[in-house]
Design a protein around this ligand. Structure first.
Ligand code: GUN
Length: 289
């Protein structure tokens, strides 16, 4: 079994991004600029956004954090999105999800200029991804594809089972894995899937993205499979300073010995998701999508 080291891979990619930023700025261009809109004070969202800002600093990007309280009016958010869409000093922005119940998330996503939608959530970007046009691809699937490439995982003709069909991970992941550059045979499993254990155990590449800690056990994994654990559920812990730790969807200790390659949690997919947002922002700064 070999560990897929997302942390080290993300660090290497950050070095590549930093070098590109230096090249851009030495040519007289301003550094790439990412903005994050954060509504409320949810602990998870606060820490994800803080990481995004820190990542920007590390690679020489400019970053802006725009905060609103929980009770913000939807119209106010739509006005801010309109302002960001028209800001020539800004290359891309994200609206951190989830949003409070009184805000229509989809309406906000669709208000974002697809050319600045570095999350890749706008239907225009999703549609372009589906038909293989240049687009912003959602950060987690983008990061996983990059990991598979860098670890030289053979994907052509392989059976890939994706557990989870979210708009952010499972569904776009299935699109990427079936593209001609990857050529996997893809099955998307979900809560109504029958014989899930057998299906997972038939996978050459198993991608667990259901957000249920410890769901994938040894009997669901084929000998020699590549296992990608997307789960990052925050569970209370007395062992960490923050009072939380991350748990994956895979029971790592019993599954690892059966795999040829496996991502740990933390240190697998998570760092690659973060670096993919930087890659999308760099792309936004360099070209018109
Ligand atoms: N919430 C959880 N993941 C994400 C993400 O990738 N982007 C945004 N905007 N919100 C999220």
């Amino acid at each position: 079994m070999q560990l897929i080291d997302g942390k080290a891979t993300a660090k290497a990619i950050k070095g590549e991004i930093r070098a590109e930023v230096e090249e851009l700025t030495s040519g007289g261009q301003r550094p790439p600029h990412l903005a994050a809109v954060l509504v409320g004070h949810d602990g998870g969202s606060e820490s994800y956004v803080a990481f995004k800002i820190k990542d920007c600093e590390e690679v020489g990007f400019r970053s802006s954090l725009i905060r609103f309280e929980d009770d913000v009016n939807e119209r106010v958010l739509l006005e801010k999105i309109n302002e960001l869409n028209n800001d020539p000093e800004l290359d891309g922005f994200i609206v951190q999800l989830p949003l409070p119940d009184h805000i229509n998330e989809q309406k906000l996503i669709e208000a974002i200029d697809p050319g600045k939608d570095v999350d890749g959530f706008h239907p225009v970007n999703v549609g372009k991804t589906v038909i293989g046009l240049p687009s912003f691809v959602s950060a987690t699937p983008y990061g996983i594809v990059e990991l598979l490439k860098r670890y030289k995982v053979e994907t052509s003709g392989k059976n890939c089972v994706i557990v989870g069909r979210s708009n952010i991970v499972g569904r776009p992941m299935s699109i990427l894995m079936s593209q001609k550059s990857i050529n996997a045979t893809v099955t998307v499993a979900h809560s109504r899937t029958r014989n899930l254990e057998e299906l997972c155990a038939s996978a050459d590449i198993l991608i667990a993205a259901l957000g249920s800690p410890g769901f994938i056990k040894a009997n669901m994994v084929k000998e020699g499979a590549v296992v990608i654990d997307v789960g990052t559920t925050r569970v209370p812990s007395t062992e960490t300073k923050s009072g939380f730790r991350l748990r994956g969807d895979v029971v790592f200790d019993e599954v690892a010995s059966k795999c040829s390659l496996i991502t740990p949690v933390p240190g697998g997919v998570g760092p690659m998701t973060r670096v993919s947002l930087l890659l999308n922002t760099l792309k936004a700064a360099k070209e018109n999508i």
